[in-house]
Every structure is written in C-alpha cells, then in structure tokens.
Ligand binder design. Structure first.
Ligand SMILES: [Zn+2]
Length: 264
C-alpha cells in the first residue's frame, strides 16, 4: 500500500485518508505514524473535540512530539499523573481496546441473501484471493482489539423472493473468524497497513465474504437509486441500494450467527 494509512483512535480501524472514520464516524482519524502514541491509551473517549482539534493542529504543524505535548493537549490525561504517563510511555506494546458496538441507522432494515460480484472483487489482505469483503483484526492476549482493517467493494445481494440489492459504501463484517497467533514480524500485518515498527502481537482474526459464499444478513438503509450498469436489464437501472456511510456502516453478518443470536 503506497498511500498514507489513517488510523481511527477510537475503534482502531486502519483506512485510507479520510476526515471521518468509515465505521464509527468520529473525526479522530489521522495518519497512523502520527497518532501511534495515542494507541498506548485504552480509552480515547475522554478526548474532547477541542483536544482533538489541538492534536490535529500539532500534526498539521509537523510536530510529532506527542509524549511531551500529550499532558498539555489531553487535559484528562493529566489526572493520571506524570508517573503514570511515563509508565504508559515505557510500555512496549500498544493497549487493546474494547471495540465499540456498530450503530445501525435508525431506519435500517435487515435483508438476507447471497453475495455476488457487482463490478469487481478486491484482493484479500491475507492471501490475495478475490473477496467481496474482508475484516482482519489483531487482539491482544486479554482479548482487547489492537488494530484492524476492512477491505471491500460494492456487491449484489441475491434475494430469494425479490430482485437483487446493491450493497455499497462503508461496511462492517461480523462473522465467525479464523484465528491464529502472530508476532509483530508477520508479513500480513504489512498488507493491513500496520507500520513495521509498531509493536503488535496476539491473535489475528480473519473473516471474509466471497462471491456466492455464505448467506449473509445485511442491515442498513435501503433506497432506490439509478445504477447505470444495470440499466440494460432493469427498469432504467433503478434498483434498491443499501449504502453505508461513516458512522452508520452497512452491517454484514453471517446468517448463521444471526440465527444463533435469535435462538438464545
Ligand atoms: Zn472508528
């Protein structure tokens, strides 16, 4: 990945440069190299919008002297005391966080179907195989989330009784992952966009959605839109579209997990 990787300090999602996190919608996203000091803190909720404006102003000004400036910028961290700060700074590994629960939009619907390719597929971060959506996440030993990344593209959801639905925009995949233990030198961390010198180790959890793969339940707001590519076989290309936006991504869940949750 040649371009700058941004990191959301609230949900630890690595993503392309953006003004708001694709999943949680917070403006607390910045180049991962510049916010790495902040990844040593477990909870960024205490950082106010004003603090963040100050931090980003420092980033824009080219100052990356976070360890020194953090006590001034982050008023609430002062409460931890200088000793505690020093201790945090000495830690070798970044702190795991509890992943905030994804928010579906108020008027969201859940639709069930089988994912199919629309325009294209993307390459898996893990093995390069073609996928429609993939989520890779590293947890520490205590289960805290260290860092994660999603890749994906628009896809068609083929439904049983109705025509297809186009799923596009920000998406969050919730599916039973494949887990394996990794260390900080694992090359797959590089393809996720994790800086080589960021001390990360734990278990890597990978989940993906492939062409014609698992039946999924997608949740989001559905609106009819005109899609040029579909004009030839559908009324002027009007089809239902579920579009995820920053702060309200489309939730893509393994249908079997949804079923299990309902039976509990
Ligand atoms: Zn986020």
């Amino acid at each position: 990945m040649g371009e700058t990787t941004f990191c959301c300090v609230q949900c630890r999602l690595l993503q392309p440069p953006t003004a708001a996190c694709a999943e949680c919608g917070t403006p607390m996203v910045a180049p991962v190299e510049l916010v790495r000091e902040l990844l040593y803190y477990r909870d960024m909720k205490m950082v106010s919008g004003r603090d963040w404006a100050f931090i980003t102003a420092m980033i824009a000004g080219g100052s990356i002297a976070f360890p020194v400036l953090a006590p001034i910028a982050l008023g609430s961290i002062v409460a931890l005391g200088i000793g505690k700060l020093r201790e945090l700074r000495m830690r070798r590994v970044i702190a795991g966080i509890e992943l905030p629960a994804p928010h579906a939009a108020a008027n969201a619907r859940t639709v069930i179907g089988t994912p199919h390719k629309f325009r294209t597929t993307v390459s898996s971060m893990i093995d390069g195989a073609p996928v429609l959506l993939e989520h890779a996440m590293v947890r520490d030993r205590g289960g805290g989330v260290l860092i994660r990344r999603s890749v994906g593209t628009s896809f068609l959801l083929e439904r049983e009784d109705e025509g297809p639905l186009l799923v596009t925009g920000a998406a969050r995949l919730v599916s039973a992952p494949v887990r394996e233990v990794i260390d900080r030198h694992d090359p797959r961390l590089r393809s996720m966009g994790v800086p080589a010198d960021l001390a990360i180790a734990g278990s890597l959890e990978i989940a993906n959605v492939e062409e014609g793969g698992i039946v999924v339940a997608v949740t989001g707001v559905v609106e009819d839109e005109t899609v040029a590519e579909l004009a030839f076989h559908r009324d002027g290309g009007r089809i239902p579209v579920m579009r995820g936006v920053p702060g309200a991504p489309v939730l893509v869940e393994d249908r079997r997990l949804v079923g299990a949750a309902l039976m509990r």
